[in-house]
Design a binder for this molecule. Structure first.
Ligand code: BDR
Ligand code: CA
Length: 297
């Protein structure tokens, strides 16, 4: 099975992704944390609690960047609740994060596991720092599977998606590495809303119950603004479209770049370039997407 390092700003759909990776049997060699949905200390605590809930305290957690490379850190996204997990209070883990910081952990774990896949679910600060500190990391990473960016539609602005907007310099650095990228931007996510009854039919058992409990916060939020009870599953979509290509309805092989001008309303927006090597998923089959989870939960 695949060996992966998961880099996360653990909000609700990040937690769903970590749980799905465990249920699927991914060999998770480490989880690194970064500020994004909530600040990094809260993110680290969330990951430790999720692993504890899953009975996987053997998976090591490494704390990473407090703030983006250049941008100011913004206030946490309300949609994930105060604690990032929809205000669900999971039991505190006895474990704490490892001593070594995330960028070094990424290098060390990749060197020990050549061919490894980096699954990134948050801003790319740690990933950019790791490749900047240890350029030979390129020799050990076979692919980056990532949720971020927007081709035609964003969620922070019309053209910007949260993860890449939060740290656009880091995103640009990673997009230029030349490592093959499997990318899920906001486009296929927003065209695949998952409604409350579909969520209930899909996620079962004790883990499914936790997912529904956490996603309730999102549904309450979405109901206020859009009048329907449903959620989006951005981070899980990155993982599962990589694992099960039958979920993908259309994709483009191109390159993506970031707008970095300061003071521009477009700062943090992403756009398609002329290169290739970044496989961008544009549409997914919702039935197959949900079936993937049904089979593992
Ligand atoms: C991304 O932002 C976060 O809220 C989600 O976890 C996802 O990684 C979507 O723009
Ligand atoms: Ca995330």
């Amino acid at each position: 099975n695949y060996k992966m390092i998961i880099d996360t700003d653990c909000g609700i759909d990040d937690a769903v992704t970590i749980m799905s990776a465990i249920k699927y049997g991914i060999d998770i060699v480490g989880i690194t944390t970064v500020s994004g949905n909530v600040y990094v200390d809260q993110v680290t605590d969330n990951v430790l609690r999720i692993l504890n809930f899953m009975g996987r305290n053997d998976i090591k957690v490494f704390k990473g960047a407090h703030k983006p490379l250049i941008s100011e850190k913004t206030t946490p996204a309300k949609i994930h609740g105060e604690n990032g997990l929809g205000n669900v209070e999971l039991e505190k883990s006895e474990k704490i994060a490892e001593e070594i910081p995330a960028p070094f952990a990424i290098y060390k774990l990749a060197k020990e596991n050549p061919g490894i896949i980096l699954l990134t679910l948050g801003p790319l600060t740690n990933i950019a720092m790791a490749f900047n500190l240890y350029p030979e990391l390129k020799n050990y990473v076979s692919k980056i599977v990532s949720m971020g960016g927007a081709v035609n539609v964003g969620n922070v602005t019309r053209f910007a998606e949260f993860n890449f907007f939060y740290d656009p310099e880091a995103a640009e650095f990673v997009l230029r590495l030349g490592i093959p990228i499997h990318l899920v931007p906001w486009d296929p996510v927003v065209s695949t809303p998952i409604f409350e009854d579909e969520l209930k039919e899909t996620f079962k058992g004790k883990e499914g119950a936790l997912i529904l409990q956490m996603e309730k916060a999102v549904m309450d939020f979405v109901e206020k603004s859009r009048g329907v009870r449903g959620v989006f599953l951005p981070d899980p979509m990155a993982l599962v479209t990589f694992l099960s290509p039958n979920i993908i309805k259309s994709k483009i092989n191109t390159s993506m770049h970031m707008e970095l001008s300061h003071g521009s309303l477009m700062r943090g927006a992403s756009f398609i370039g002329e290169g290739h090597g970044t496989e961008i998923i544009m549409e997914v089959d919702k039935r197959n997407f949900l079936d993937f989870f049904k089979n593992i939960f």
